[in-house]
Ligand binder design. Structure first.
Ligand code: BEZ
Ligand code: FE
Length: 307
């Protein structure tokens, strides 16, 4: 295809991309063939479109290598890089829309993000705030998990939640927070109800000390996410839900640095009376789509690697 670089018209080998694609062998799985064929097409077209130079290519490779070198079982910098270019949010939208084409009004999903980690189950109504920060506002969060098709309560669903503290750090980033602070798993009771105490969420910056932060700076963008609480909800024979709820009074709702805010995910915290443990409360009901085929298509509880 002919390309212009300044005033010079450059022609690139028209057979190169198909030669790369045709190198795929007959034993490649059909889905991987489909995904990689499209990826090679788009990446080659991108390089030709911007006339990518070797120096620019090497800068990109260094950024990816840096992300790999920084990543551990506690830090998922590769995911963070994809988050700041909106890729995880786009994939979440694609996945949710495909799933909800068949399953109606299930609760909207949102990205997992890099900070999930496995955590022990806590008692119904327990607090996840093992250390209340001086500026923390404690909230009672409660609701019912129901079947999106019938409205019936789902007993024994697992509600896994996590959030950052008011200093902008998740517990695994912060040596001053107790292990598993501000995260916990809760089971719904016989009526499908769950409840816990947590902090009213506050905005925080995505980490700035690695390639994702560097990319944000180079793009002249801020690092902040609006205040949110993460949820993963699991129940037998239902599609799992990974989502986030955003305080409707938080900053950065309109310009989340990872583009995860969606309609239907903003919630209103109200003042709570007569509870010495919390001055705020949030009612948040969750609606789960039944699996079409028993036992098929559910996703694992969550990936292993997180920040
Ligand atoms: C988070 O929600 O915790 C998050 C998501 C994407 C990038 C960074 C943080
Ligand atoms: Fe988060």
């Amino acid at each position: 295809m002919a390309q212009t670089n300044g005033t010079t018209k450059i022609s690139y080998d028209p057979n190169f991309t198909s030669a790369v694609i045709n190198a795929t062998g007959p034993n490649c799985s059909p889905r991987l063939r489909e995904v990689m064929t499209a990826l090679i097409h788009h990446v080659h077209d991108f390089a030709r479109e911007v006339n990518l130079t070797t120096d620019e290519y090497m800068a990109g490779v260094s950024l990816l290598n840096w992300a790999g070198q920084m990543s551990t079982d506690r830090r998922n910098e590769g995911q963070l890089v994809t988050d700041v270019i909106g890729l995880e949010s786009l994939v979440d939208e694609i996945t949710y829309k495909q799933a909800s084409a068949h399953s109606g009004s299930a609760t909207s999903s949102a990205i997992l993000g890099p900070f999930w980690r496995d955590t022990p189950e806590r008692r119904w109504g327990e607090s996840v705030v093992d250390k209340v920060p001086d500026d923390g506002k404690v909230a009672w969060v409660y609701g019912r998990v129901t079947d999106a098709a019938t409205g019936q309560p789902i007993k024994g669903a697992l509600v896994d939640i996590w959030q950052a503290s008011t200093n902008g750090l998740y517990e695994q980033q912060d040596p001053d927070q107790p292990d598993h602070n501000l995260r916990g798993k809760f089971r719904t009771d016989d009526e499908g109800n769950y409840a816990f105490y947590c902090l009213r969420p506050t905005p925080y910056p995505v980490p700035g000390d690695g390639p994702a932060g560097k990319l944000l700076d180079l793009l002249d963008r801020h690092h902040y996410r609006p205040g949110h609480i993460h949820f993963i909800v699991l129940a037998d024979n239902y599609k799992s839900i990974t989502t986030q709820v955003f305080d409707n009074e938080t900053e950065y709702l309109d310009n989340d640095s990872v583009f995860a805010v969606k309609d239907g995910l903003t919630v209103k915290f109200s003042p709570r009376k007569g509870d010495t443990k919390a001055n705020w409360e949030l009612k948040y009901n969750i609606s789960m789509a039944p699996l079409e085929e028993k036992g098929a298509g559910n996703v694992p509880s969550a990936p292993v690697a997180s920040y």
